[in-house]
Design a protein around this ligand. Structure first.
Ligand code: IMP
Ligand code: MG
Length: 235
């Protein structure tokens, strides 16, 4: 893969901070073309695909290193959004020489087809855990994005109190830095310890790499900032 000078300024060994305008890396031609063709629905590329590839490889190395005493890592994939990230992360752990990986899948629904409104203090999180077996396991939750923290905090207590997990570590590709959260959300986010974070993103609605806006864009290899007016009002 070609390395451009600007890549050198990004340190992929720790969570990468993404400015509101996106990482200062020229997106691939197909990414630029996609944004141009979809300008009603898409604002700009936030994280080009090659930056995601690099960071996920390092996250796999970190998890492999931290788990070398174990004979198995249980990755609990939070559907739908985390399916692409989890697939790449499991293979990155394998490439880094980590222990064998077992996948489990759980489904949560927090925003449905909506996008976040301002000033929310709580939200119902629906958890579908049919067929999930993590009883007695040290579970590694794999999430796409932590926003106000409702999903991960409810999921963590579900896994410990109802599903019988021995422990819960939390790994998310994206961690959203909230602009003006109400005190309730500040408290939830403070309580939520994230063990492994890929990128810190601004408070905009994102999609791509498994993550959707109204079910659009999950198949894209990059992460986009979407046109929020379109997804709030325009469809
Ligand atoms: P939270 O409960 O507010 O932390 O939101 C977490 C869940 O909402 C994630 O699992 C995502 O499915 C979804 N979500 C939050 N922010 C975004 C976004 O910017 N784009 C798409 N989905 C999001
Ligand atoms: Mg989700």
């Amino acid at each position: 893969m070609e390395t451009r000078a600007a890549d050198m300024i990004i340190d992929y060994t720790k969570p990468v901070k993404v400015p509101t305008s996106g990482l200062e890396i020229t997106p691939a031609d197909f990414e630029k073309a996609f944004v141009k063709a979809e300008k009603d629905r898409v604002s700009h590329v936030l994280i080009p695909s090659r930056c995601i590839e690099k960071r996920v490889a390092v996250m796999g190395e970190e998890i492999a290193r931290a788990s070398k005493e174990r004979d198995e890592i249980v990755l609990l994939v939070v559907l739908k959004g985390a399916f692409v990230f989890a697939a790449d992360l499991g293979r990155a752990i394998y490439r880094a020489g980590g222990p064998r990986v077992r996948y489990e899948f759980i489904r949560t629904s927090t925003y449905g087809k909506e996008i976040k409104a301002g000033g929310e203090t709580e939200r119902e999180v629906k958890i579908s855990s049919h067929g999930v077996n993590v009883n007695g396991d040290a579970v590694f939750v794999v999430e796409d994005i932590v926003d106000q923290g409702f999903t991960m905090s409810k999921l963590k207590s579900h896994l410990l109190k109802k599903a019988g997990a021995k422990s819960v570590s939390m790994c998310t590709l994206l961690d959203k830095r909230l602009d003006d959260p109400p005190p309730e959300v500040i408290e939830i986010r403070k309580e939520l310890k994230l063990d492994c974070v890929g990128f810190r993103v601004p408070d905009v609605w994102v999609a791509g790499y498994g993550i959707d806006a109204g079910e659009d864009f999950r198949h894209l290899p990059c992460i986009l900032a979407v046109d929020e007016d379109y997804y709030r009002w325009g469809r």
